[in-house]
Design a protein around this ligand. Sequence first.
Ligand code: NAD
Ligand code: TYD
Length: 354
Amino acid sequence: MILVTGGAGFIGSNFVIDWLANSDEPVLNLDKLTYAGNLQNLNALKGDDRHVFVQGDIGNADLVANLLHQHQPRSVLNFAAESHVDRSILGPDEFIQTNIVGTFRLLEAVRQYWGGLAGNAHDKFRFLHVSTDEVYGSLSSSEPAFTETHRYEPNSPYSASKAASDHLVRAYHHTYGLPVLTTNCSNNYGPFHFPEKLIPLMIVNALAGKPLPVYGDGMQVRDWLYVTDHCSAIRRVLEAGVLGEVYNVGGWNEKPNIDIVNTVCGLLNELRPRTDGKSYLEQMTYVADRPGHDRRYAIDAGKIERELGWKPAETFETGIRKTVLWYLDNPGWVADVQSGAYSTWVEKNYMARA
Ligand code: NAD
Ligand code: TYD
């Protein structure tokens, strides 16, 4: 079996569902269930005994050691993290705890476990660390996309904490020989995306008749990848990646934020027109910028394409349509994630920007 951490979050839950659709190998899913973790994302696996869920912290060394000992996974895939830049600006503590200290504790537990394995189990073991393109910092409009050798220049507490975790993973390979793989992926979108991030926030706010808050001039560029394409890249890296190597993952889909908002509004105008016949774009409003806002991310995915033969299956056009349709089809999921602490976050992040 494999051990997935953070498998109740956006990408982790998509990965677990995807994994079990492609293989019969069981998944042990360790997730703390923070505000971003949601067992509803895993409803499709109810009653499926190939999926075992454990609520817990990657930083809990005893728990992780016991799970490794008991379940003897052949690989550990680390998705668990605090993942939202705006939250890292307003409260970095949890980012340091989970992304840095948590990853360190996880690595230590895995190192002990791996050290005790013998033969094939030892040689075939992998620790795959899921990271982000944000560790490379910000590009100007004329610079080439990030390759794996781009220097680390993280600018937010989130990206700095992810960068630190990447360095720890690297160090555990160089110092202890731990068989690690790292992926640095661009912005994902798709089902189960928590509506604090740009695309789901725009969809749910539009449908609720709320403002669509665009930070600054809206000309910041992100490189977007449909989430199941990220999942297939991770599967491929786990299968064939060279130990100690880093693989950038992206969809060659650079878009300014304002284009994203336009596209989402256009799809909603078509699929769920406003009752007054006006465009959802009328709800768009410019708000104060994010402090330290990175201007542009772009991933050069040439290495994973050339060396591992991976390619995304979705274009931005097919992926964004699927995504909007998913949110239209799942109002119950949206209502549930918006109850409780969600409204406190929205108030905290957007009140000061208006
Ligand atoms: P998410 O915030 O939706 O989910 C994170 C999950 O981790 C949640 O289920 C949460 O409960 C769990 N978690 C948090 N702290 C934990 C802890 N201490 N122990 C165990 N579980 C814990 O994040 P996501 O968007 O699914 O991102 C998953 C990973 O992919 C992260 O490492 C992130 O840095 C990386 N990544 C994300 C993107 C993106 O666009 N979302 C892009 C590239 C890389
Ligand atoms: P986000 O989804 O938070 O991802 P990241 O910051 O990790 O790239 O934001 C994507 C882009 O959208 C980023 O440039 C910030 C911008 N943005 C807005 O303009 N308004 C919003 O309400 C949010 C959440 C993000």
